[in-house]
Design a protein around this ligand. Structure first.
Ligand SMILES: Cc1cc2nc3c(=O)[nH]c(=O)nc-3n(C[C@H](O)[C@H](O)[C@H](O)COP(=O)(O)OP(=O)(O)OC[C@H]3O[C@@H](n4cnc5c(N)ncnc54)[C@H](O)[C@@H]3O)c2cc1C
Ligand code: SF4
Length: 477
């Protein structure tokens, strides 16, 4: 089906396109406007942009981008299709390796993954792989595209999936495409895990998740939301009633660094703050996550990862009077996406590096600010520095949050509480899959943050899909 959304006027026969057309198609909204709302930062690319930008691909004999992508997406192949204007074929191919292309296109740190590995990232500007993936998949979903599953035979098998985050959705989609019925349980009222209840709208508008949910339901995925496994439904009943169980439950214990004064009023835990804000914007009712409005406040955010960036940029949008991000090491050491740091700077966030927080200080339980020690290589390393604050947000990352029922089930964990799985089968020679997704309990598989520790959307999807493959092999499908 072709529509005006699929229009194309680009001639892809020119092999030197990368010399004539600069990296582009990633226009942002003006920072002076976007800092006043929670709408997405990046604009949609035009059809011409998509084709021309895809035409920059060199189609390297050994596509490093494809290896660096944890899903091993067929990047050069779908770029060629987009260059030729075959947008729907490209969307179909994208979905063969990635169940959430429009989401990865939005939130993957491409500057550390596919685009970093692009051969043109040597002075010519990498192909804008993420933006193309996002736009092509958005267009396919806007046109109600669905994969042709008419030849798929129902196997009669049914798999319970605990957690509707990227790992659970990755597992569910691949099972559904292979005639296995996935039933996904989540304690939250909407699918997505941290995609919905964590990552703010300016990176990922929630309508994107709603469209993806419709797609997944249309191909046979069943969602049972507002259902906490272990509380509302016993894990033993899933083991009894389903052919296999997949756990994709994430990591939710905040790391507070044992920072002195962290219990002072006005000190916020990053995810509580972000979820409270999403719930407020989206009118989800979750009483455990109260809304905090930082309008007019002097805000200091401690940490330098993706979560810290989401907090500083949310505080800016709530019209905090000042927002300062303090990281204990240098800018080059920051673990999150470089482009999100750049976006935060454009939106008015101040960054201070090489300061290690030592204490949150207060008088009569009223927050004064944060004391720091300067770290090397600063000349004044060891000196004390104090920053005033009305609110402090701690964004030091997350530790594993193993459920009480793991032990009873025989699910083993490492010293940090992450679920451990069996060694990978000898037959599997993919270096990016270092272990199997099967837990030490037969029939129970696990993946995503609860196995890897807090990581990325795309790696959680990859583990969910690998678990689906292993489940199907075990069920002899
Ligand atoms: C604020 C923030 C921003 C981030 N930004 C990015 C980013 O820009 N790019 C990126 O790649 N990664 C980002 N990440 C990391 C990424 O979101 C995670 O790595 C990814 O979501 C992990 O997927 P998952 O499926 O393993 O777990 P989750 O997304 O955490 O999903 C787990 C799901 O399991 C459910 N669950 C848990 N226990 C139960 C139970 N007992 N019963 C029922 N349901 C249960 C939870 O409700 C949740 O929905 C960010 C993380 C945070 C916190
Ligand atoms: S899934 Fe992520 S890493 Fe892979 S091609 Fe897409 S944006 Fe790049």
């Amino acid at each position: 089906m072709k529509s005006n959304l699929f229009e194309n006027r680009f001639d892809p026969s020119d092999t030197l396109t990368f010399l004539k057309i600069e990296r582009g198609g990633i226009a942002k909204r003006d920072s002076n406007k976007r800092r006043f709302d929670f709408k997405e930062v990046y604009r949609d690319a035009t059809g011409d942009d998509l084709s021309q930008q895809s035409g920059r691909c060199l189609d390297c004999g050994n596509p490093y981008c494809e290896w660096k992508c944890p899903l091993h997406n067929y990047i050069p192949n779908w770029l060629e299709m987009v260059a030729k204007g075959q947008y729907q074929r490209a969307a179909e191919l994208m979905h063969e390796t990635n169940p959430l292309p429009e989401i990865c296109g939005r939130v993957c740190p491409q500057d550390r993954l596919c685009e970093q590995a692009c051969t043109l990232n040597t002075g010519f500007g990498a192909v804008t792989i993420g933006a193309i993936e996002k736009n092509i998949s958005d267009r396919a979903l806007a046109n109600n595209w669905r994969p042709d599953l008419s030849k798929v035979k129902a196997t009669g098998k049914i798999v319970a999936i605990v957690g509707a985050g990227p790992a659970g959705l990755g597992c569910a989609e691949l099972l559904a495409r292979n005639g296995v019925k996935p039933v996904v349980f989540d304690r939250y009222p909407e699918i997505g895990g941290l995609l919905t209840f964590g990552i703010p709208e300016f990176k990922l508008e929630k309508e994107v998740l709603r469209k993806r949910r419709q797609f997944l339901e249309d191909i046979g995925v069943v969602f049972k939301l507002n259902t906490d496994i272990g509380k509302d439904v016993k894990i033993e009943s899933l083991q009894k009633d389903y052919d296999a169980v997949f756990l994709g439950m994430g990591t939710y214990t905040p790391n507070d660094g044992d920072l002195k004064g962290r219990d002072t009023a006005g000190v916020l835990e990053s995810l509580d703050y972000l979820i409270g804000n999403v719930n407020h914007n989206q009118a989800y009712e979750m009483p455990n996550y109260p809304y905090t409005n930082l309008k007019g406040m002097q805000v200091v955010v401690l940490g330098g990862g993706d979560t810290a960036m989401d907090c500083v940029r949310s505080a800016v949008r709530q019209q905090a009077s000042s927002v300062t991000c303090v990281y204990r090491r240098s800018e080059a050491d920051m673990p999150g996406s470089r482009q999100e740091v750049q976006n935060a700077k454009e939106e008015g966030v101040e960054f201070i590096f090489n300061l290690q927080p030592t204490e949150i200080q207060s008088t009569d339980e009223r927050l004064n600010g944060v004391a720091f020690k300067a770290t090397e290589p600063l000349e004044n390393a060891g000196d004390e520095v104090f920053l005033e604050a009305d609110n402090v947000i701690i964004a030091f990352g997350f530790k594993a949050s193993p459920a009480k029922w793991f032990e009873k089930l025989g699910i083993k964990q490492d010293q940090w509480g992450r679920v451990t799985t069996l060694d990978k089968p000898a037959a599997c020679n993919d270096p990016s899959l270092p272990y199997s997704q099967r837990t030490h309990t037969e029939g129970v598989y696990a993946g995503g943050d609860m196995v890897r520790g807090a990581d990325l959307v795309v790696t959680a999807i990859a583990e969910g899909r690998q678990a689906a493959r292993e489940i199907m092999a075990w069920l002899d499908i």
